[in-house]
Ligand binder design. Structure first.
Ligand SMILES: [Zn+2]
Length: 327
């Protein structure tokens, strides 16, 4: 049985593509998860997206013509109105790609584009942890750090639609080089990539740790996962590095709390699954450094939709957009 109408939501990430047919109640009817061939450039990624979309449509047991729309949540800077992805720090080679138009032409279905973190924020607002919230921030901490800022019930898009790039607020002007070209951005200090980089640095300087064993003895394979697994076995350096990442996470949270005075901050993304070892130091720093009145009004939560916030939010965005255009 198919329940119309359905929107095909796509969450395009730097490492994975998730496509899902979603109904107007935010329920997923089919899903397809595949690897993003990011290093091969935009054409390969777009081919992979098209294949993933086709599979998700097939699994939903419908024809493309029965879809209300396709809505892509894309990482990096994009303009939802023109459908152009300007650049994306975790998708090498992407420069002014007219993604919306390309997918629309290839699929022959109405297509929309939204920033991935903004999509996730909307998913949580309509169907998840932010139901009822009017002023909140959704943060995804994984390879990089993304954000969706909701002000008075609307995603804040800015002048050209590029707002919410919270991962690129400068925390340390003398810090490491970021993929965006700047130095010392929040994501160079508090993301999974940052955690792995710091671990490799410490291993190279002969720190005593078992982290390397969890990466098969290959320093190039040391990632956030290896650090996490070592920490679970009580590895002191792993625990120290996670706490350090949490500290910097908290510094960025402080800036967001002082600037936006949100009622709620949702922290999602792969790295956040580490949980308390990462988040407790972050909350502590935020409490110490924020304005008291602003900190007292903020509540922290985890995403209720888990890894599905993005596809569900992309679909919800499309449903709402189409409803508006009918009026
Ligand atoms: Zn940056």
């Amino acid at each position: 049985m198919t329940d119309n109408p359905l929107v095909l939501g796509v969450d395009l990430g730097g490492s994975k593509i998730l496509s899902a047919a979603v109904n107007a109640r935010g329920e997923i009817r089919s899903r397809d998860l595949s690897i993003t061939p990011a290093a091969k450039g935009p054409e390969a990624v777009i081919q992979a997206m098209l294949a993933s979309i086709e599979r998700a449509i097939g699994q939903a047991g419908i024809a493309t013509a029965q879809l209300e729309a396709i809505c892509i949540g894309a990482p990096g800077l994009s303009n939802p109105e023109t459908g152009i992805v300007f650049t994306s720090s975790n998708l090498p080679g992407w420069k002014n790609v007219p993604l919306r138009e390309i997918i629309e032409d290839k699929m022959g279905a109405k297509t929309l584009l939204i920033n991935d973190a903004n999509a996730a924020a909307l998913g949580e607002m309509y169907f998840g942890a932010a139901r009822g919230a009017r002023n909140f921030i959704y943060i995804t901490v994984s390879t990089g750090i993304g954000g969706g800022i909701v002000i008075d019930g609307e995603v804040y898009a800015g002048d050209r639609g590029t707002a919410g790039e919270i991962g690129h607020m400068t925390i340390d002007t003398n810090g490491s080089k970021c993929n965006c070209g700047n130095t010392g951005c929040w994501e160079t200090l508090a993301s999974g990539t940052a955690l792995a980089r710091e671990a490799r640095k410490r291993i190279k300087s002969k720190a005593e740790t078992a982290i390397l064993e969890y990466a098969g003895g290959d320093i190039d394979k040391v990632n956030a996962e290896a650090v996490y697994r070592a920490s679970q076995q009580g590895d002191a350096l792993a625990r120290e590095l996670i706490a350090r990442t949490g500290y910097y996470l908290g510094v960025g949270l402080t800036n967001l709390i002082n600037i936006f005075n949100p009622e709620l901050i949702i922290i999602g993304g792969g790295l956040s699954r580490i949980g308390d070892m990462l988040l407790e130091p972050a909350y502590k720093v935020a409490e110490e450094r924020s304005y008291r009145a602003a900190f007292d009004s903020v509540r922290f939560a985890r995403p209720a939709l888990g890894g599905d916030s993005g596809v569900i939010g992309a679909a919800a965005y499309a449903f709402r957009k189409m409803e508006k255009s009918k009026k």
